[in-house]
Design a binder for this molecule. Structure first.
Ligand SMILES: *[C@@H]1O[C@H](CO)[C@@H](O)[C@H](O)[C@H]1NC(C)=O
Ligand SMILES: *[C@@H]1O[C@H](CO)[C@@H](O)[C@H](O)[C@H]1NC(C)=O
Ligand SMILES: *[C@@H]1O[C@H](CO)[C@@H](O)[C@H](O)[C@H]1NC(C)=O
Ligand SMILES: *[C@@H]1O[C@H](CO)[C@@H](O)[C@H](O)[C@H]1NC(C)=O
Ligand SMILES: *[C@@H]1O[C@H](CO)[C@@H](O)[C@H](O)[C@H]1NC(C)=O
Ligand SMILES: *[C@@H]1O[C@H](CO)[C@@H](O)[C@H](O)[C@H]1NC(C)=O
Ligand SMILES: *[C@@H]1O[C@H](CO)[C@@H](O)[C@H](O)[C@H]1NC(C)=O
Length: 573
């Protein structure tokens, strides 16, 4: 949620209720500002649709304005509709997504609609079919957000008339109709996130999916749980093999197949890669240039080389790898990673085992000096392994994010990471050594999570900082003291998760700090309760304006997944 500064109300909110002509006027004005010169130079006849299209594409995230545009004229409508319907489940609100589902339902053919009516669903009444086939404009489809919307729509519109049709069954029926409709023409689809749910079967959909047009897909996530044996070893291999022929432009690929069903593997020959292993390796290898890859270790040990050699075939483009879990980690793992020359970011969520003896043998012949950014997204990763990986990066590290850090790791950072610009760490205990270490680093971003705060921090924050986050037991007076004494002329973002002893001066601390440094601070992010208090004080201080935004922060992030895939990995639970 964003609380923009008092008095700067979003002008588009106002337009929405005014006459159409004014809306058109304003949009034309915006158009003139943002339209590229080459548009304006073209002959008049061609100018309009091309330019409008370009302009509308700038408004992709401004749905209110786009909705106004579709009322202007037929042409405007024809051009704006595909943009408006390109990722309808990205903007989640109950009433809004309910309307989206309603519209999709109205695109079904008559027989389907009659059938839904007959089993007790209230469906939108429209005499004619809608003018547009809205589902075919889908470019980004996240099945998790859609599923929530669809289930809720069924809950709200279902009146049980037969015992036979309970809620779940009805949801399955509606789902399969909408999915059929959507994937009948999926030729616009670029981003597809599939999540498998326990107890909600989409096996029929997955079977049909290999016949769909997925040629434009560039971001493909395949996550979830509750896969049946048939899905794992027949349906999905078929789908992935088909995709290796038809979808060659995948840039960002993520797989998560939990290895919970050990019994699936009981009758397997451990020396033969499974169909799933083979098809995933083929899908990876067949891509033109893969940039990001995320996975857990779902494959049999005998397929490790297969999977990694397909990744190594992208050693000119693959920049980001994340392992959700790694089970069998040994020397070979580092040998493989080393061969992916383009790799810049390595992220790890969980290692299930780690040979203690590994670290001694690793250095120096396995240097991973291409890697610049490391993210350890979870507690419980062995300190020794974290330490080993830092040492392996051979001075190249720029970003280090870890949910778990101890003194040995800090000392390795001191010796092996002189060029670190981003340090986001969670410490089990405060060390005075930390202060000396951070003082010397060219840090742009520093986030610290540690139980007890030490007053000496104020003297060691590097003046280069642009972002600073603190999650520590600190009271308002000490925090004020920190801001009074630290020299942070370039600080533009501050994130604070905990401050106790808040009083009526809370807001002033930041105003004062910002005045001192020439209004560099652009954004203050506060934990929910702190934010509430800040807003209360904001309301009281009528004449004292501030120049920075305030927003909510829930917790610090130790992952880059969201930046790349556009949504957090665990959104599907
Ligand atoms: C799903 O919905 C949430 C809001 O509830 C949104 O923040 C997120 O971006 C959506 N995910 C995708 C991939 O569109
Ligand atoms: C599916 O697509 C075909 C052509 O691509 C079209 O003729 C048919 O009407 C579509 N079916 C539905 C239910 O939209
Ligand atoms: C590491 O483990 C893989 C299987 O995961 C095995 O094929 C390989 O031989 C092992 N390498 C070493 C050096 O132990
Ligand atoms: C370590 O880095 C230095 C300079 O950055 C480079 O010259 C050297 O080759 C690297 N060592 C290895 C083994 O990659
Ligand atoms: C950090 O953790 C490692 C591995 O558990 C341990 O060997 C080391 O002694 C720890 N360092 C400190 C200073 O506690
Ligand atoms: C990293 O730091 C070292 C030592 O401070 C320096 O010599 C080197 O040029 C730096 N490398 C980069 C890529 O900034
Ligand atoms: C602050 O930023 C300016 C402009 O980017 C830069 O020139 C200056 O060196 C920075 N100051 C510090 C203390 O890093």
């Amino acid at each position: 949620m964003s609380y923009s500064q008092r008095g700067t109300k979003n002008h588009l909110d106002l337009d929405y209720t005014r006459p159409r002509n004014l809306t058109e006027l304003i949009i034309c004005f915006i158009a003139l500002i943002i339209a590229p010169k080459r548009c304006l130079n073209r002959p008049r006849v061609k100018l309009i649709p091309d330019c409008l299209l370009e302009i509308f594409s700038y408004l992709k995230n401004d749905r209110r304005t786009l909705f106004s545009c579709i009322r202007v004229s037929r042409l405007w409508c024809r051009l704006a509709i595909p943009i408006l319907w390109s990722a309808p489940f990205k903007y989640y609100s109950q009433s809004y997504t309910s309307k989206i589902i309603n519209t999709y339902i109205s695109c079904l053919d008559i027989q389907d609609k009659e059938f839904l009516k007959s089993i007790g669903l209230r469906i939108p009444v429209r005499r004619v079919r809608p003018l547009f086939c809205y589902p075919k404009y889908l470019e980004g489809f996240s099945i998790d957000n859609y599923t929530i919307a669809m289930k809720r729509w069924v809950n709200d519109n279902f009146h049980c008339v037969h015992d036979k049709w309970d809620l779940l069954r009805t949801q399955q029926i509606v789902d399969s109709m909408i999915m059929d409709l959507t994937f009948n023409d999926s030729s616009s689809l670029k981003k597809f996130k599939y999540v498998n749910y326990d107890g909600f079967s989409r096996i029929n959909f997955l079977e049909k999916l290999s016949n769909s047009d997925l040629s434009l897909i560039n971001t493909f996530e395949f996550l979830g749980h509750g896969y049946t044996k048939e899905m794992c070893f027949i349906t999905l291999p078929k789908l992935f093999k088909q995709m290796s022929k038809s979808s060659r432009n995948i840039k960002h690929l993520a797989f998560y197949f939990p290895k919970t069903s050990k019994f699936y593997y009981q009758n397997f020959n451990p020396y033969n890669p499974t169909e799933l292993d083979l098809s995933v390796a083929e899908l990876i290898r067949s891509q033109n240039s893969l940039k990001s890859f995320c996975t857990n270790e779902f494959w049999l040990q005998c397929s490790t080389e297969l999977i990694f050699s397909s990744l190594i075939s992208h050693s000119n483009s693959l920049k980001f790898i994340k392992f959700f879990t790694l089970i069998n980690l040994n020397q070979s793992f580092f040998q493989y990673i080393k061969q992916i020359h383009s790799l810049r970011t390595l992220e790890v969520k969980r290692f299930l085992s780690f040979e203690q003896s590994l670290s001694q043998n690793l250095i120096p012949q396995n240097y991973l000096s291409q890697i610049q950014n490391i993210y350890f997204d979870e507690r419980g990763i062995s300190y020794q392994l974290i330490d080993t990986i830092i040492r392996l990066t051979n001075l190249s590290l720029k970003k280090f994010y870890s949910r778990q850090t101890n003194l040995s790791i800090l000392l390795s950072i001191e010796s092996f990471c002189p060029n670190l610009t981003h340090l986001h760490i969670s410490l089990d205990k405060y060390f005075d050594r930390l202060l000396n270490i951070i003082k010397k680093l060219p840090l742009i971003s520093f986030y610290l999570q540690v139980r007890h705060y030490s007053k000496s921090l104020k003297f060691s924050l590097p003046s280069t900082l642009q972002c600073f986050g603190l999650d520590s037991e600190i009271n308002q007076d000490d925090f004020e003291d920190l801001l009074d004494n630290a020299y942070l002329p370039n600080l533009s973002t501050m994130e604070l998760l905990y401050i106790s002893g808040i009083n009526e001066n809370f807001r002033k601390i930041f105003i004062k700090f910002n005045e001192k440094f020439n209004y560099q601070l652009k954004e203050l992010k506060l934990e929910k309760n702190l934010l509430k208090k800040f807003i209360l004080l904001d309301k009281k201080e009528l004449w004292n304006t501030r120049t920075f935004k305030i927003n909510e922060v829930k917790n610090f992030k130790y992952t880059a997944y969201e930046e790349i895939f556009g949504c957090p990995f665990y959104k599907y639970t």
